[in-house]
Design a protein around this ligand. Structure first.
Ligand SMILES: Cc1cc2nc3c(=O)[nH]c(=O)nc-3n(C[C@H](O)[C@H](O)[C@H](O)COP(=O)(O)OP(=O)(O)OC[C@H]3O[C@@H](n4cnc5c(N)ncnc54)[C@H](O)[C@@H]3O)c2cc1C
Length: 401
């Protein structure tokens, strides 16, 4: 058994690697385990402007990522609209992103080990971690083992299927500067095509229990075929993705006596968009900050205030976003139409995709832009069904509720 370390991190994905780098840079002795180290984790790899602004070294990654400025949205009925994003999304291969973050951790002084942690025992102040190679001891345990976190049950209730999405996808050869998002009827999720520097990640996500992975795969393959993407040289992937309900976020505990959870292992993913990379990085930063300040328990509070408040709201809006109607038409159809017809609405969509428009002040912005949206020629399209519903409901209310 090796000497006691200050902090052991299980998982070297974006969350674990960034937390390790920050803690080591702050003078802590950090041991990090990842069974695979850098690998092509099933993912779109899209990093929003919000993430690039917060972590400028990722914006400077150059050829490691593909800056995508144009997006095509496709409604369930097939209506298509392309729009320019003011702030590009940087699309990374996960092999490159994880490699870059792990290298930063190593350079900061983290002891990075390619080992699978198979057992954790002990308690706050004295944890024992077992790998096939060795046993280790640590004072603080940070769980960053992703959505399939095998140790979650030791600290928190297991994630029920109703709090998960299933995904299926392909890594395909090809290059492009256009990303595609196809919304689907009856599926709480979407198809994405995210072009990376030297290949494309295309996938589909849906709520667990709603549609089987096999069915999602069939829908994706059909869509790819119809949209000119050949599967011949593609590599299939599938993974789970946390998609918490509001009540799950309400009761979520992310730390306790001598332990903390960050990233996917804590379920920190936007239930509408599936964005998890920013939250993995930000939770790592907030958790590392609390540990470095010598007040580890403060992680819960700062996360609640900044991250959980936003994710809770997304969880509340999610059902309405995917399955709701505005004036007799689905929210998704209406959203694609508005993106097509109104420059102000396109700007809003661009900011939502960049992550610079949060959910908390979305309703206020929708109210603010409503006059321009109408002036841009939407009055007719909106007024008729609006009147049908009694004339008392504003479009902004319906979209932001
Ligand atoms: C199909 C799909 C598409 C997605 N697309 C996007 C996207 O475009 N943009 C976005 O922002 N988010 C996306 N996400 C979410 C994103 O992938 C995750 O939020 C992100 O990877 C979370 O990072 P993490 O470090 O918490 O966990 P992970 O990236 O899952 O890292 C966990 C690490 O822990 C290691 N590990 C696990 N168990 C052990 C163990 N016992 N011992 C040692 N090591 C262990 C694993 O090897 C892994 O490297 C997507 C998710 C899926 C499934």
């Amino acid at each position: 058994m090796s000497a006691q370390h200050s902090i052991a991190i299980v998982g070297g994905g974006p969350a674990g690697a960034l937390a390790g780098a920050l803690l080591a840079a702050g003078g802590r002795e950090v041991l990090l385990f990842d069974e695979k180290l850098a690998w092509e984790k099933p993912c779109g790899g899209g990093l929003t402007h919000k993430a690039l602004r917060q972590y400028p070294f990722l914006a400077d990654a150059g050829s490691e990522s593909n800056p995508v400025e144009d997006c095509e949205l496709i409604s369930p009925s097939g209506q298509r609209v392309r729009f320019h994003m003011q702030h590009p999304v940087a699309i990374f291969s996960r092999l490159a992103l994880n490699g870059l973050l792990l290298e930063r951790a190593r350079r900061a002084g983290v002891d990075v080990r390619k080992q699978r942690v198979t057992r954790i025992t002990g308690n706050g102040g004295d944890w024992q971690l077992v790998t096939p190679q060795q046993e280790y001891r640590a004072s603080h345990l940070m769980l960053a083992a992703g959505a399939r976190n095998p140790f979650r049950g030791q600290f928190l209730p297991p994630i029920p299927p109703s709090d998960l999405m299933v995904t299926a996808g392909y890594f395909l050869p090809g290059r492009s500067s256009l990303m595609h998002i196809q919304f689907l009827k009856g599926i709480t999720g979407y198809i994405w095509v995210f072009p990376r520097a030297d290949h494309v990640s295309a996938g589909i996500a849906g709520k667990m229990g709603e549609t089987s992975t096999a069915e999602l795969r069939r829908i994706l393959e059909k869509w790819l075929g119809e949209n000119g993407f050949a599967l011949d040289d593609g590599r299939f992937y599938s993974h789970i993705l946390p998609s918490f309900r509001p009540q799950t976020f309400e009761t979520l505990e992310v730390c306790g006596e001598g332990w903390s959870m960050i990233g996917d292992s804590a379920g920190l993913v936007d239930p509408i968009t599936g964005e998890g990379l920013y939250y993995a990085l930000r939770s790592a930063e907030l958790c590392a900050g609390a540990l470095l300040a010598g007040r580890p328990g403060e992680y819960q509070g700062v996360l609640e205030e900044e991250v959980l408040a936003e994710l809770k709201l997304a969880a509340r809006v999610s059902q309405r976003f995917y399955n709701g109607e505005i004036f007799g038409e689905s929210v998704l159809e209406r959203m694609v139409s508005l993106t097509e017809q109104s420059a102000s609405f396109r700007e809003l969509m661009s900011d939502l995709f960049a992550g610079v428009q949060g959910y908390r002040d979305l309703r206020a912005r929708l109210y603010r832009i409503l006059p321009s949206v109408m002036a841009e020629g939407l009055a007719g399209a909106l007024r008729r069904p609006w009147n049908k519903s009694g004339g008392s409901k504003f479009a902004a209310d319906a979209l932001a509720e």
